[in-house]
Design a protein around this ligand. Structure first.
Ligand code: SAH
Length: 268
């Protein structure tokens, strides 16, 4: 057993059931070109490799990279890149490997300390979406984050992250995974989620403005939206706009659906 390093948020998944759920959610096809972030000791990598065309894994830990190469041997459909996924320019790195172009799916049990930045790198942002979106992204994440990703408006967990991500992708819960499924067990439970990037039906005309309003709108969760936004939109004006959109003027940020956020910004 390779001793996990805290510094890289290493928790080895050991549950066969969780691995089955991840692989099933990825709906692997023989033509799939997979990206895995943080393969660790390769428990998920080994499952995926026989099912897909090829897999590119990005792992920060040099020692693990050596071990993976040694253990997996030379496989034609496996490429391991050593580095920090967040600082890696994947497209330019892959230029040197003509057999490993255009990845179409992400499947990964990621390091939880950088979940937000990883999701943002995979999806892009509202004002700068990933120009080459993946077909699907299956991730094992901390349960609290998962709940925010698939939350519906009006629920306690529907926050700025929910709006930002759901603007760019359909999000679904696949299953929850207990802390005991890992070695060492993390402090929190986990969940498998699937994100399907898709273009929103009616996009924001001014995406930057939408980003600003989401940030401000959720700044103080218990306040009404018109109070959170009063520094940028006059309260009376917002009350009027909300009425026009058939929205109760006393709403809080968490009550607006993504489509309503867009309508609001497009009416301003
Ligand atoms: N997928 C493996 C390991 C999960 S632990 C399993 O399920 O068992 C998270 C993994 O991400 C570790 O291998 C860790 O070294 C790696 N990692 C942490 N930070 C990273 C980063 N910035 N870029 C790439 N890999 C990273």
């Amino acid at each position: 057993m390779v001793q996990p390093r805290k510094q890289f948020a290493q928790h080895w998944l050991k549950s066969e059931k969780a691995l089955d759920a991840i692989v099933k959610a990825a709906e692997c096809q023989e033509s799939d070109r997979i990206l895995e972030i943080g393969p660790g000791t390769g428990i998920l990598t080994r499952r995926l490799l026989p099912l897909v065309k090829y897999l590119v894994a990005v792992e920060i830990d040099r020692d693990l990279c050596e071990l993976l190469v040694k253990q997996l041997g030379k496989k034609d459909n496996f490429l391991l890149l050593q580095g920090d996924f967040l600082n890696l320019d994947l497209v330019s790195q892959l230029k040197a490997f003509s057999d490993f172009q255009k990845l179409n799916k992400v499947v990964a049990n990621i390091p939880y300390n950088i979940t937000g930045p990883i999701i943002e790198k995979l999806l892009g942002t509202i004002s700068n979406p990933n120009p080459e979106p993946f077909d699907s992204i299956v991730l094992l994440v901390q349960k609290e984050v998962a709940e925010r990703l698939y939350a519906q408006p009006g629920s306690r967990t529907f926050g700025a992250l929910s709006v930002r991500v759901q603007y760019l992708a359909k999000c679904e819960l696949i299953c929850t995974v207990p802390a005991s499924a890992f070695y060492p067990p993390p402090k929190v439970d986990s969940a498998v989620v699937r994100l399907i990037p898709q273009q929103i039906a009616i996009p924001a005309q001014d995406p930057k403005r939408l980003e600003t309003l989401i940030k401000l709108g959720f700044a103080s969760k218990r306040k009404m939206l018109r109070n959170n936004l009063q520094s940028v939109i006059d309260r009376d004006r917002l009350t009027e706009l909300l009425a026009q959109l058939n929205i109760n003027p006393q709403v809080r940020a968490e009550d607006l659906s993504v489509a309503q956020w867009v309508s609001l910004v497009n009416q301003l």
